[in-house]
Design a protein around this ligand. Structure first.
Ligand SMILES: *Cc1c(COP(=O)(O)O)cnc(C)c1O
Length: 382
């Protein structure tokens, strides 16, 4: 039986007539930059998420950087970032000259621990070298971070809260959707994310009119609002191509209509097969995940690596997200680290992400779980 880790081909085959027509329309119009489809998509995304403004841009990394630029984050500032995330979350902070303070995560949800966050803020205040300025909370693997608790900490210490929703689009807490949390939120349309395009793409979400206007300027070379050739600040060239917007307009419909339900069905099936056998991902009450990844934990690094190798031989692809913590990245090796992130260090040894996408079929899920269980039992037996 053949299983894809994320089946983009099957998705394209399902949506081919609409996607092909949408792309051909862009070719006919030749409005390759800032075509009508971009505005259309931004309206739809803002309405879906439930915020006032959506500003699309070239990728999820730029989205983070633009959001941080809009709030003036830079030299002398401390930004609190989870130690267990994709590199971009910390990369943009360093790129702007601010300093990352890595915060441990909750070993059940994989997301930033509000308790560790407060401890890190206090430590930074006591050291007195940097001004605590912002928190970047990540919706890792599709699950919104603990925004009720993290927002309270942000408020208490007067920090800007940025939601890195690159993996979180489609998730929610109660009725509130991912990318509507914090002061500002960002997402990515990298092809393998919950809502992906056919190249790079990203978006920023905000309810703040002034910040939205600032972002519209920053993503087009710092142009002024009414005179395109008067550049009033140093910005970037970061826009979503019209072709990508046209594709996303089609894919957003499928995402909302059935893909989100489908990945939640896959996760529920995984849970029912695997719950007593391995540590399965925890979704707290009232939370809803968009399942960017379905990530289990094994008892040790040796068992994780062996299981991954054995599954590969059977033709079941898996991934290790992530094999290194942020504080272990070569680029950040100069930062002082005194064992503040034990959960992140444990997770990078034990996590394994199983195939996850809306087009996985029940017999494929059963095939994957049967093999995971058989290999684990075999290992216990020897
Ligand atoms: C993918 C990702 C990004 C960056 O998105 P790109 O579109 O690849 O630039 C940022 N943060 C997290 C958590 C991500 O997973």
């Amino acid at each position: 039986m053949s299983v894809q880790f994320r089946d983009l081909q099957k998705q394209y085959q399902m949506l081919k007539p609409q996607i092909d027509a949408a792309v051909m329309q862009v070719m006919t119009d030749c409005n390759f930059i800032s075509g009508a489809q971009v505005k259309d998509l931004e309206r739809k995304l803002a309405d879906y998420v439930g915020v006032k403004h959506c500003i699309t841009c070239a990728n999820g990394t730029d989205a983070l950087k633009l959001a941080e630029m809009a709030y003036g984050i830079g030299k002398g500032h401390a930004v609190f970032v989870p130690d267990f995330t994709f590199f971009s979350t910390a990369e943009t902070v360093a790129d702007l000259g601010a300093v990352n303070v890595f915060v441990d995560v909750d070993p059940d949800t994989y997301n930033m621990s509000p308790v560790a966050l407060e401890a890190a803020i206090k430590r930074t205040q006591e050291e007195g070298k940097l001004i605590p300025r912002a928190i970047v909370a990540v919706d890792l693997f599709g699950l919104p971070a603990d925004y009720p608790a993290i927002s309270a900490v942000a408020k208490e210490y007067g920090l800007i809260l940025i939601e890195d929703g690159a993996q979180g689009f489609g998730g929610r807490i109660g009725e509130k959707k991912a990318c509507a949390f914090g002061d500002i939120a960002t997402t990515s349309f990298f092809p393998a994310k919950p809502l992906g395009c056919y190249g790079d793409g990203g978006a920023i979400f905000t309810n703040d009119d002034a910040i939205a206007a600032q972002l519209r300027s920053l993503c087009v070379h710092g142009k002024s609002g009414n005179d395109k050739y008067n550049n009033v600040q140093i910005g970037m060239n970061s826009r979503l191509d019209t072709i990508q917007a046209a594709i996303l307009n089609v894919k957003l419909d499928a995402f909302v209509k059935y893909e989100l339900d489908a990945v939640n069905h896959v996760a529920a099936m995984y849970n029912s097969y695997l719950a007593d056998k391995v540590k399965t991902p925890v979704v707290p009450e009232h939370y809803y995940s968009s399942w960017a990844q379905y990530t289990i934990q094994l008892p040790s690094r040796e068992m994780r690596n062996a299981l991954q190798a054995e599954l590969k031989e059977i033709g079941i692809p898996t991934m290790v997200y992530y094999p290194r913590c942020m504080h272990e990245q070569g680029a950040f090796e100069h930062f002082s680290y005194n064992g503040e992130c034990p959960a992140a260090e444990q997770l990078r040894n034990t996590v394994l992400s199983l195939p996850m996408h809306p087009y996985l079929e029940d017999d494929q899920i059963k095939f994957i779980c049967d093999n995971v269980i058989a290999l684990l039992l075999h290992r216990e037996g020897v």
